[in-house]
Design a protein around this ligand. Structure first.
Ligand code: SF4
Length: 387
C-alpha cells in the first residue's frame, strides 16, 4: 500500500470540527449496516433510517436528515448517538471510512484523505513541506511508485498512467519549477496521453521534451482583476442557482450580497486588486508550495483518472484546477478587510470548495460553460488563476 505521509496522523476532532461531515450530506447505509441497526430493535434508531426506493447492496437505505441537514444521529454537541450508545463498530462504512479514500488496484492500494475534512486540510497544509508518499513500512517513496501490480501490468494504458503519475510527482515536488510551469507541462502531457498519441516506450522521451520545452517557454502574465471578478460573479450566481444549503453556499451568498449587490463595484475592484497583489502574494511567499501540494495530492487521490481509460483525464485535471481557481479567488474576496491572509483562511475555503466538488470526476455542465470559452478550458483556467 502507498499512502500520504499524514494518513496515520488523522484523528477526527468531532464536536470541535468547524464543518462536521455529519451535516449537509445524506448518508447511505449498505445492507449489512441496515440489518445491524434493525437487529438492535431500537425504535429511536429505526425512525431515523429509510429504505431507498431502488435499494442496492451499497446504498440500501439512508439516514434521514433533520433540521439544517443534520444527520438524525447527531446530538446537539455534534457527537454521533450510534457511537455513543452502541459502538464505533456499528458505524456504516461511509461514516467509519470518511475522510479516507482509496484507489484500489487489487493487491495495491493508494490511500489518502479528502481535503473536504477541515482537519485533514489543517494537517496537510499546516507545514511548508512537499507532498510525501510512504509505503507499508512508513518509508518515504520519493520516486518510481509501482502503482500497477504485476497481475495488471499487461494493461498498457494503466502502466502509462503510472508513468505519468510518477513524472508529475517529481515535477510538483521540484522546488525550482513554478506552479505555472507545472500546470502547463501537466496540461500538455495529459493532452498527449489522453489522445493516445504516445506509445508507452516513447513516454520518457516525450516527457523530457515537453518539460524542457515549457521550462524554456516564456509565460506572458497579465493582471486582470476585472476578468476574475466577472468570473466570480457568474460562478456565484451559478452556484446559488443550485439551491444547495451548506456552508459553502452560506459563504457565497454572503460574498455575493456584500461584493456584487448594490455595491460600489469600483471600490470592490480596488480592494480586491490590492488584497491580491499585496496580502495574497505575501501569503504565497510564506507558503510557496501550497498550490503545488494541492494539485499533486489530488492527482494521487484520483490516480484512476490517469490509469483507467474509462475516465477522461482532461476533465479530471480541469476539475482539480477549477477547485484551486475558485478557492483562490474566494479567499481573496473573503479577506478584503483583513490585514493579512493566513493559512487558516486558505484551509477554510479549500475544504469548503473541496467538499462540494472534490467527490466528482468532472465539472457540472454549468461550471464547464463558465470556463470552456472557445474550447480553451485550460487556457481560460490558467489566465483566470494567474490573472
Ligand atoms: S469533517 Fe473530519 S474532523 Fe470533521 S467531523 Fe468529519 S471526520 Fe471529523
Amino acid at each position: 500500500m502507498y499512502k500520504t505521509s499524514y494518513y496515520d496522523d488523522f484523528k477526527c476532532i468531532g464536536s470541535e470540527c468547524p464543518n462536521s461531515c455529519c451535516v449537509g450530506w445524506e448518508i447511505d447505509l449498505d445492507i449489512k449496516t441496515f440489518q445491524k441497526y434493525r437487529d438492535l430493535h431500537d425504535s429511536n434508531i429505526n425512525k431515523c433510517i429509510s429504505v431507498n426506493q431502488k435499494p442496492t447492496y451499497d446504498k440500501f437505505a439512508k439516514i434521514k436528515n433533520v433540521k439544517d441537514q443534520r444527520c438524525s444521529f447527531l446530538d446537539k454537541n455534534n457527537l454521533c448517538n450510534i457511537q455513543k450508545k452502541y459502538s464505533e463498530k456499528l458505524l456504516s462504512p461511509t461514516c467509519s471510512n470518511f475522510p479516507r479514500r482509496k484507489v484500489d488496484f487489487g493487491s495495491k492500494q493508494l490511500s489518502s484523505c479528502l481535503l473536504s475534512c477541515p482537519e485533514i486540510s489543517r494537517i496537510f497544509f499546516a507545514d511548508n513541506e512537499e507532498f510525501k508518499i510512504i509505503d507499508d513500512e512508513k518509508k518515504l517513496v520519493d520516486t518510481n511508485l509501482k502503482i500497477i501490480p504485476d497481475e495488471f501490468r499487461n494493461n498498457l494504458y494503466a502502466v502509462s498512467g503510472e508513468r505519468v503519475f510518477n513524472f508529475l510527482y517529481k515535477l510538483y515536488n521540484s522546488s525550482d519549477i513554478s506552479l505555472e510551469k507545472c500546470l502547463m507541462i501537466t496540461n500538455q502531457i495529459i493532452n498527449e496521453f489522453s489522445n493516445k498519441k504516445i506509445e508507452p516506450h516513447e513516454l520518457n522521451e516525450v516527457f523530457k521534451y515537453i518539460k524542457s520545452f515549457f521550462l524554456n517557454h516564456k509565460i506572458e502574465k497579465k493582471i486582470d482583476t476585472e476578468m476574475q471578478l466577472n468570473f466570480l460573479k457568474k460562478f456565484f450566481r451559478c452556484f446559488l442557482n443550485k439551491k444547495i444549503n451548506n456552508k459553502l453556499s452560506e459563504l457565497i451568498n454572503k460574498l455575493y450580497a456584500d461584493c456584487f449587490l448594490n455595491r460600489d463595484l469600483k471600490k470592490i475592484k480596488l480592494l480586491y486588486e490590492k488584497n491580491k497583489l499585496h496580502n495574497f502574494n505575501q501569503f504565497l511567499i510564506k507558503h510557496p508550495n501550497i498550490f503545488k501540494k494541492f494539485f499533486i495530492h489530488e492527482f494521487f487521490g484520483k490516480t484512476q483518472l490517469l490509469t483507467n481509460e474509462d475516465f477522461d483525464s482532461n476533465d479530471g485535471f480541469y476539475l482539480i484546477f477549477f477547485i484551486a481557481l475558485v478557492s483562490k479567488l474566494i479567499i481573496i474576496l473573503n479577506t478584503l478587510y483583513k490585514d493579512k491572509i493566513v493559512v487558516e483562511d486558505f484551509i477554510e475555503v479549500i475544504s469548503l470548495v473541496s467538499r462540494y466538488y472534490g467527490g466528482k470526476d468532472n465539472l457540472d455542465k454549468d461550471e464547464k460553460e463558465l470556463v470552456s470559452k472557445d474550447n480553451q478550458t485550460f487556457v481560460n483556467l490558467f489566465y483566470l488563476f494567474f490573472g
